[in-house]
Design a protein around this ligand. Structure first.
Ligand code: DON
Length: 603
């Protein structure tokens, strides 16, 4: 089948994507927090009090995740069978979960070139069994040093359509190469070259284009055609390749080999860096050698929260994921979801989503540039206030929640979940943003660059490709990381440990919420990835839902409460989950039935 769409239908793809610093077990509130200027003195007082409460709560968190014996099986779940096999091979060769994460990430970069890659970034949430430590490796892209707040605005101050989406100017400085090197050297057991070997082989030997590949390439055809190097690799005769076409990536194999041999310098310095910068600049971009040479990953303490005896750890800023997830769970922990009828249950979950996304729009951004009030937003007392504003019989119009200004999400990205037999775990969510990122590939690199610059708020209140709005906290600044929704997450209790996450743009966080609620209510990996999905993101003020997610009577009941509902044309998300049931001594792993990934258990 040849897909012939001429341009990227931004609304179409997400729906049809079925197919540390020293990091201890610290509470979310540990982060230095002061409220953004808008909050005023009253909020600062409240914050001081909340910080104190948070400190008093520390002992409750410590040690809650410890586990004497390891799981009976290792497991790998990823969005592509070839990437899962790469992870399994590395585990079988004596690697730990961190080595396997390097292998899976690199293989995904090759076989899902539209989802993630060396030209992009991601978050790798790690759990190290030897000392029960959790760490997040922030390999998020950074804005180039020449980036400016208004760089995507025309002289009238309007956002120039697609300027942060297509082409070299849309690309931020990649973090994935640095993250893989760091992960292997700091946490892995095997040589980097060994963990990268499966990906290098896949890039040289190639993979066959399938219907998913065709859909992604078709959606980005115009942009891919305007990058000769990208078109040479991903298109045939400047068109979507026929089903079964072999896609080989020799330049990418060389780039991976340079990283395998030289570490980060193989990408961020030397001849490859020169080619990246020259290619970007020749195509109207603003990268410099200094941008690449100064890129560094950051270890960050995960955001930690509690829900009915569970300990939740997830991605901290510059992802909004963990903060929003904990805010929603804190709101929901004060109600008994299990005793509610389906209409009220859906309503209350939606109202929690609405409130967390309102805060996302206002407060969240790169913590190295803005003060994010993490302690406030993740504190149970703050959530109690939000909960008090929810009426059980009526929707809260988003316009009545103070602040911030909405459209439709779309896109790609990827996730994998790994558990090894020692109990080490990795939840990795990686992205180049929309399919094929910026669709721009500098000549002679094999690296398709991200368009993560669109995750910034180009202008306050103007929605990005996912319909997300933002304010100052997520404005563009040189060297700043754009706010993300990626939410790699662990759920831990006496019952067991879950490792999960998914792609899906702005809907990632609510997918992780619904899956987490499922597991914490007695579910497992299979039920969690299969949960029917609905979503609210404050603006647009509507409940978006998979076609079969809400029965007619629930839809009618929600409408009667004042909710606007928008059925999506198809399913969305591509969740990968591992569940270690400590009580039963069993491990299960599952790949989202909407996608074509593979979950495997190792003996
Ligand atoms: O970091 C983010 O939030 C986005 N760049 C993720 C994009 C995404 O998940 C698209 N997937 N379907």
């Amino acid at each position: 089948m040849i897909v012939t769409s001429q341009d990227f239908p931004l609304s179409a793809l997400i729906q049809v994507e079925p197919p540390a610093q020293d990091v201890g077990q610290r509470p979310a509130g540990e982060t230095t927090a002061a409220v953004a200027a808008a909050g005023g003195r009253r909020r600062k007082d409240m914050l001081r009090r909340l910080r104190l409460i948070a400190l008093l709560l520390i002992p409750l968190w410590q040690g809650s995740a410890s586990s004497a014996a390891g799981p009976p099986h290792a497991a790998v779940a990823s969005a592509d069978p070839r990437a899962t096999s790469a992870g399994v091979a590395i585990l079988n060769a004596g690697g730990n979960a961190f080595d396997a994460a390097v292998a899976v990430s690199a293989a995904l970069a090759v076989v899902e070139p539209y989802s993630s890659g060396l030209g992009g970034g991601g978050f790798w949430l790690l759990r190290r069994a030897s000392d029960d430590r959790e760490i997040m490796i922030d390999g998020r892209e950074r804005a180039p040093l020449a980036a400016r707040r208004d760089m995507y605005l025309d002289p009238q101050g309007n956002v120039i359509p697609r300027s942060a989406i297509d082409g070299a100017l849309a690309a931020a400085i990649p973090g994935e190469p640095a993250a893989l090197v760091y992960l292997a050297r700091r946490y892995g057991r095997l040589p980097l070259a060994q963990s990268l070997a499966p990906a290098i082989r896949l890039a040289r030997e190639g993979f066959r284009a399938d219907a998913r590949y065709q859909r992604m390439a078709g959606a980005r055809l115009t942009a891919l055609r305007s990058s000769p190097a990208a078109a040479a690799v991903f298109l045939r005769n400047n068109d979507v390749p026929a089903d079964g076409t072999l896609i080989t990536q020799p330049d990418l194999a060389d780039t991976l080999s340079a990283i395998a041999q030289q570490g980060a310098a193989g990408f961020y310095q030397g001849p490859l860096a020169k080619r990246l910068v020259a290619g970007v600049r020749a195509a109207g971009g603003i990268w410099s050698a200094q941008d690449l040479a100064s890129y560094a990953v950051v270890e960050r303490a995960p955001i930690v929260g509690a829900y009915h005896g569970w300990r939740i750890s997830s991605a901290p800023p510059p992802s909004a994921g963990g903060v929003a997830l904990i805010t929603m769970l804190n709101i929901l922990s004060g109600v008994d979801l299990s005793s509610m009828d389906p209409i009220t249950r859906t309503h209350v979950i939606v109202e929690a989503m609405r409130r967390a996304y309102r805060d996302r729009a206002q407060y969240l951004g790169d913590p190295d540039f803005v003060t994010v009030p993490v302690a406030l937003l993740t504190n149970p007392y703050y959530a109690a206030g939000l909960r008090a504003g929810i009426r059980l019989d009526k929707a809260t119009p988003s316009e009545l929640l103070p602040s911030a200004a909405g459209t439709d999400p779309s896109a790609d990205t990827t996730h994998f979940s790994i558990l090894d037999k020692a109990g080490n775990a990795v939840a990795g969510t990686l992205s180049i943003n929309i399919p094929f990122g910026s669709a721009f590939m500098p000549e002679g690199t094999g690296v398709v660059l991200n368009d993560e610059m669109d995750d910034f708020s180009a202008k306050p209140g103007v929605p990005n490709v996912y319909g997300l709005v933002g304010e100052d906290a997520n404005a563009i600044a040189p060297g700043k990381r754009p706010l993300s929704s990626m939410t790699p997450t662990f759920l831990d209790s006496d019952r067991g440990l879950a490792v999960l996450g998914t792609p899906g743009g702005s809907r990632i966080i609510t997918m992780v919420l619904l899956a987490s609620l499922d597991i914490m209510a007695g579910g497992d990996a299979v039920t969690a990835v299969g949960v029917k999905r609905f979503h609210h993101q404050y603006l647009p003020d509507e409940i978006q839902y998979e076609p079969d997610a809400l029965p007619p009577e629930v839809i009618a009941g929600l409408q009667a409460m004042g909710h606007r509902l928008q059925a999506l044309p198809g399913p969305y998300g591509n969740m990968q989950a591992v569940w270690w049931d400590r009580r039963a001594g069993r491990v299960s792993a599952a790949s989202d039935p909407r996608g074509q990934g593979l979950a495997e258990l190792l003996q």
